[in-house]
Design a protein around this ligand. Structure first.
Ligand SMILES: Nc1ncnc2c1ncn2[C@@H]1O[C@H](COP(=O)(O)OP(=O)(O)OP(=O)(O)O)[C@@H](O)[C@H]1O
Ligand SMILES: [Mg+2]
Length: 353
């Protein structure tokens, strides 16, 4: 078995607010091997960024965190308590959706990368700037000696994100968390940035968590994909298995909602009805049930446990798709024209939707 770099056990994150306690992450478990890329997908509000920020120790103080995170045998939350400065940004780093969240608008790009090197690795100024220039070159920024002296606003969005990637890579991290790293750029630049991350990961043997709301992006880039819904991982499998033999009806619905090659880009082909649930005082039932084509009365009685084959393909559903039990549930709902939650449904004709 390959070396495990990161283990997340029973992670729960709650935010007390004026309206009540937001249950943002509700018992997330996963492991990441050395050199592996895990995709985390799911709709807006499903808890992807909160999970990432918990790993990066970036949550506001008000957040209530439970569970255990282990990185290369070390307890990450213990490192946070000890205010271990040279862990985040060194061993584990993160790239955000908007490069301007990470960049200082009034500092030259090169200096910002150099600062990371000086703070964490103790490089002197000259060495740090030389290394920053080399890093800019490694991430494919043309004319790095000129760019190193420029301010973020003088660069295009795609180049700015490359600067952020260079900064994240400066200290040779073992894990890079990329949270929607390409959402703010156009499709061509998106591909270039994702190719770059792929190359860097391979060259450096780095592990990566790639967060995206787009299953199409996760495919081809990730070894494994975890699907999040309402703060839980509802399905996780090797990427190809997830795409060819998905079990959770939510994954199925997400797959039907992604654009196909033969469709104009960004057409939502078969949107998922309804909205994700409230995370304050959620009922003790499957959170997806109100939107699920497979829902039966037992889905309203309890939150489904995670089943399947541990370490290979897991899913939390009472009536999994592509199983006899699930397809019988769907057939019964189609015959009735509605599900146990009253959702009106009709048959989807393959190739037309
Ligand atoms: N500081 C906070 N205080 C209160 N609630 C919060 C806080 N941060 C996040 N949340 C809530 O936690 C839930 C999960 O948010 P999160 O940002 O992880 O979603 P996401 O999956 O990253 O969505 P997106 O695709 O839009 O980025 C949301 O309901 C969000 O409103
Ligand atoms: Mg997010």
């Amino acid at each position: 078995m390959a070396d495990i770099l990161l283990t997340v056990e029973d992670l729960c994150v709650r935010f007390p607010t004026d309206r009540g306690v937001v249950q943002a992450v509700n018992g997330v478990n996963f492991q990441l091997e050395q050199g592996q890329t895990l995709g985390i997908v799911g709709e807006s509000g499903s808890g992807k960024s909160v999970t990432a920020k918990t790993l990066m120790n970036l949550l506001p103080r008000s957040a209530d965190v439970e569970g255990k995170v282990t990185f290369d045998g070390r307890d990450v939350r213990e490192l946070a308590r000890k205010k271990e400065d040279h862990f985040w940004g060194v061993q584990m780093t993160m790239v955000f959706q908007d490069p301007m969240t990470s960049l200082n608008p009034v500092k030259r790009c090169g200096e910002q990368i150099a600062e990371t090197l000086r703070y964490h690795l103790g490089h002197n100024k000259k060495k740090a700037i030389a290394e920053a220039t080399s890093l800019m070159e490694q991430v494919g920024i043309p004319e790095p000696t000129k760019r190193v002296r420029q301010y973020p606003h003088e660069l295009s969005g795609g180049l700015r994100q490359r600067v952020v990637i260079a900064m994240a890579l400066a200290c040779q991290p073992r894990l890079l968390i990329a949270d929607e790293p390409t959402t703010a750029v156009d499709v061509t630049v998106q591909k270039l940035l994702l190719d770059l991350l792929d190359d860097l990961r391979r060259d450096r043997g780095m592990s990566m968590i790639l967060i995206t709301h787009d299953l199409g992006v996760a495919r081809g880039r990730c070894d494994e994909v975890a699907v999040m819904y309402a703060g839980r991982i509802v399905e996780r499998a090797e990427t190809e298995t997830l795409f060819s033999d998905s079990r959770h009806p939510y994954t199925n619905a997400l797959l039907r909602s992604i654009p196909r090659i033969d469709q104009p880009s960004h057409t939502r082909l078969d949107p998922i009805p309804g909205r994700p649930p409230e995370l304050i005082d959620p009922p003790e039932q499957c959170a997806y049930a109100p939107r699920c084509r497979y829902a039966q009365t037992d889905c309203l009685d309890s939150i489904p446990e995670v089943g399947g084959v541990a370490g290979q393909h897991i899913y939390a559903c009472h009536h999994p798709a592509n199983t006899e039990r699930g397809e019988a549930a769907l057939a019964a709902n189609l015959a009735a024209g509605e599900t146990a939650t009253g959702l009106k449904i009709h048959a989807i004709t393959e190739g037309v939707h």
